[in-house]
Write a protein that binds this ligand. Sequence first.
Ligand SMILES: Cc1cc2nc3c(=O)[nH]c(=O)nc-3n(C[C@H](O)[C@H](O)[C@H](O)COP(=O)(O)O)c2cc1C
Ligand code: SF4
Length: 362
Amino acid sequence: MGSQFLSPNTNKRTDKYGGGQRGRARFLIEVIKGIKNELGRDFLVSCRINGSDFMDGGMDFMDGGMTFVDAQEAAQALLESGVDVLNVSAGVYGSYPSIVPPSVEPQGCFVELAENIKKVVPVPVITVGRIKTPELAEKILAEKKTDFVALGRALIADPDWVQKTFAGKEADIRPCIGCNQGCIDSINAGREEGLTCTINPWAGREFKLAFKKVENKDKVVVVGGGPAGLNAAWVMAKRGYQVTLVEEQEKLGGQLRLAAIPPGKAEFREAIDYFINKVQTAGVETILGKRADVSLHIPTKTGDTITKRTPSLFWYLWLFTNFSFRKGVPLFLQVYGEKSCLFSSVCGFLSRLLAGSKINIA
Ligand SMILES: Cc1cc2nc3c(=O)[nH]c(=O)nc-3n(C[C@H](O)[C@H](O)[C@H](O)COP(=O)(O)O)c2cc1C
Ligand code: SF4
């Protein structure tokens, strides 16, 4: 609402809450003053404002509507409120993709907008928008373009981003690929799961998907080296299983490799590289160029049998449907079985289990 008051694109009022920039800023000024009055002058208030609406006739320096100067004037007008920090983002619902810029936008895409405002205000300024790597964050700060950087989706993809950076483990940061599918699109679509992340299965389910070590080093075969198969393989290896990953293609990555081909989608490749690195460092045995059917020999005890209700041991099989997850959530199955097993096809396997039949391993 504050943004709507501030923008000439949406604020057509002619009373004291409209007119010039000072009038359009009045609503926000009163809100911030109200907060300060309630909580005291020492209580720091940060206000997020647009460096550009990306709308014709908004605070948009792009299309000759309003100008860079309008965003500066809006920021200066707000100073009267006693605001302590300005957090500069961009876009309104009318220019929707710009609010949460996808992978087609350059990394650090709003730095210029924040820098523009920093030039004319004495308070610290924050920039946000596709800041994915510690290197970029460091560069922005070192060049004094802004005083702080903010991370949104980078922290959804990897909540340990900051800790890994401090620990010098930048290469281990799970990269946000700017797909928007799991996070903002999931929320906008009103999906039951709410916020998720296509490359971070724990996002929003941190406690449900606890990372528990297992005592028995049972063998597990993961069929399919797409993103979910790769993720499942290293997670199970880290949990203590002996994991063999079988991929029919000569390369790992599954359909994510195709997804990385269109212009502006190259960052999808980073996710593949991340998962491959995790699989390798977790000690997963990888078999490429082989179809996982009964002709593929994976050492197992001849005669091992798995059934729907074999009581002795159980382990998890994560099923891999690349990005066509049901409602964006990987299908997660519990399969009860003995020490090791082999599948010819997930669907065939499931339907036979559900039918109650035993599956003998050759
Ligand atoms: C799931 C989600 C919810 C968001 N909600 C808000 C919001 O309520 N208010 C807001 O100003 N920005 C919101 N944003 C935008 C982010 O704060 C941020 O400006 C934007 O995602 C660009 O930064 P990033 O590339 O680091 O994610 C949201 C973004 C996401 C992904
Ligand atoms: S779903 Fe995950 S990877 Fe995709 S944009 Fe959102 S945070 Fe980034």
